[in-house]
Write a protein that binds this ligand. Structure first.
Ligand code: HPA
Length: 266
């Protein structure tokens, strides 16, 4: 991590980000019109290249609505073959750069009929079904404690700000529990039924490891899912990545508007 940190510091001069934003599938539009210092992941030691279509694979240091931000245009996933520690390395680096607030976005499948595709869902809690934890391994006491509590991973303060902004902008906002499985295969209809019975509203293959590490590092975390499709068995159409990216682009616009308005008040 020290090497990664020193390399990034050498590229950004005295820029001090206070907010980190991780953009999920199809949400690249957030960066349109933003200018700053871009660093491709391929240049950053310790960062793996982003291999998923719809993910640019670049860090962007820039100002958004008056706030100094670092934006991850594309994230690392467990299913790409990285360890959970590797997928969450950027979050630890951001903490060391001084970031206090973390916005995590993703594309997710709906587990409930009433949560329709193109909805925006604030994540109020999560279920980690990845079968592992990003904090496994030696603990770095400079980042957080060995046994961090996870009572309010997703900051109520930030959620309240987003809810108020949504009302002001007339954007419909849902709230629910996000479940993360490893992927890369989508769920079976039986798994979708199980997840729903266990209290989840949406499902995906990311976000939870980053949220755990963000909370562990004492960051204020916001999680937002763009519901791109009905999960398996809830519709006649089987989930597919093309549909996920396309819906992300269509419905992503209002999420971008909502986030930019909210960031001003974070
Ligand atoms: N399942 C898992 N991950 C997803 C889905 C889904 O249906 N849609 C977008 N990401």
């Amino acid at each position: 991590m020290r090497e990664t940190l020193e390399f990034i510091k050498s590229k950004i001069n005295d820029f001090k980000p206070e907010l980190a934003i991780v953009l999920g599938s199809g949400l690249g539009a957030f960066c349109e019109g933003l200018e700053g210092i871009a660093i491709p992941y391929s240049q950053i030691k310790g960062f793996a290249p982003s291999t998923v279509k719809g993910h640019k694979g670049e860090l962007l240091f820039c100002e958004v609505e008056g706030k100094n931000c670092v934006i991850m245009q594309g994230r690392f996933h467990y299913y790409e073959g990285h360890s959970l520690a590797q997928t969450t390395l950027p979050i630890k680096v951001f903490k060391k750069l001084g970031v206090e607030k973390l916005i995590l976005t993703n594309a997710a499948g709906s587990l409930k009929k009433e949560l329709t595709p193109s909805s925006i869902m604030l994540i109020c809690d999560h279920i980690n079904f990845m079968g592992s934890n990003p904090l496994i391994g030696e603990n770095d006491e400079t980042l957080g404690t060995r046994f961090p509590e996870m009572n309010e991973v997703y900051s109520k303060r930030l959620r309240d700000i987003v809810k108020n902004c949504a009302q002001k902008l007339n954007i419909e906002l849902k709230e629910g529990v996000y479940s993360a499985l490893t992927g890369p295969s989508y769920e079976t209809p039986a798994e979708v039924k199980m997840l729903s019975l266990l209290g989840a509203d949406a499902t995906g293959m990311s976000t939870v490891p980053e949220a755990i590490v963000g909370k562990y590092c004492s960051m204020e975390v916001l999680g937002v899912s763009l519901i791109t499709n009905y999960a398996a068995g809830l519709s006649d159409i089987a989930p597919n990545h093309k549909e996920v990216v396309e819906m992300g682009k269509i419905a992503g616009e209002k999420l971008v508007e909502l986030l930019k308005e909210s960031i001003k008040l974070f």
